[in-house]
Write a protein that binds this ligand. Structure first.
Ligand SMILES: [Zn+2]
Ligand SMILES: [Zn+2]
Length: 241
């Protein structure tokens, strides 16, 4: 049996799922769900967390939407009530805001005007959830590089993976470029580029077969793996959207 740390096992097992369009997105999605659950559950009642909502702890539009997709409406209502309270306090404090025709609602969603996390590949650091996900992602990338360095079986898994979504691909390449040991990681850099390109091409073929299936001549031919290619292409381009 291999001796691996808990965080290494998590990465290892995710790469073992060979059908994932991006292993980091799989981890991120799981972590994001846990975060949302804990924010609307126990954190909203936490005496350290609650007072910071609307101040230090802000939320981007993407994450307000995701918070709303869940079933915990009580937690969300308490959170929105607190955010509106903070906005009202700011309005009272700064009368000039009113002169600028900045409505409470507009201010409430002011973070939404920042480019979203998924579009520019960078976390919206003002958003509590975005910054947590980004922190976690940086750790995962470092653990992945460590595994590549010491574990030959993991290297094979990495090479056979479907690569990453465009955001996580950029994160990985940046980390490899910034790494002080870049020399020893030349091969990982090369493989990362190879699997990214190879899997973009594979996805494109699946999409092209999806398109061809609309031709009546192909109507009876099998879908192959193309049926859900749109969803997987979106995952590849946007990450967890
Ligand atoms: Zn990803
Ligand atoms: Zn966010």
């Amino acid at each position: 049996m291999k001796k691996l740390k808990i965080e290494e096992i998590k990465i290892y097992e995710t790469f073992e799922n060979k059908l994932a369009e991006c292993p980091f997105c799989v981890i991120e999605e799981k972590y994001e769900k846990q975060l949302i659950h804990s924010i609307l559950g126990e954190r909203i009642m936490d005496i350290d967390f609650y007072p910071k909502i609307g101040n230090e702890h802000k939320f981007c539009e993407n994450h307000i939407e995701k918070l709303n997709r869940g079933s915990d409406k009580l937690g969300l209502a308490i959170m929105l009530d607190k955010i509106i309270n903070e906005e009202k306090k700011k309005l009272h404090k700064n009368k000039s805001l009113q002169k600028n025709h900045n409505s409470v609602v507009k201010k409430l969603l002011s973070l939404s005007k920042n480019p979203s996390r998924t579009l520019n590949g960078k976390a919206n650091y003002e958003c509590f959830i975005c910054s947590k996900l980004d922190e976690n992602n940086n750790d995962n990338i470092k653990v992945t590089i460590e595994l590549w360095k010491k574990d030959m079986d993991f290297r094979r898994l990495y090479k056979d993976s479907r690569g990453f979504c465009s955001n996580h691909y950029i994160n990985m390449i940046n980390e490899l470029e910034e790494s002080t040991e870049m020399k020893g990681l030349d091969d990982m850099y090369e493989v990362t580029n190879e699997i990214y390109l190879k899997n973009l091409e594979r996805l494109q073929e699946e999409l092209q077969w999806f398109i061809k299936k609309f031709d009546y001549l192909n109507a009876d031919k099998p879908w192959g793996t193309s049926k859900d290619s749109i969803q997987r292409a979106l995952q590849k381009i946007l990450g967890n959207y």
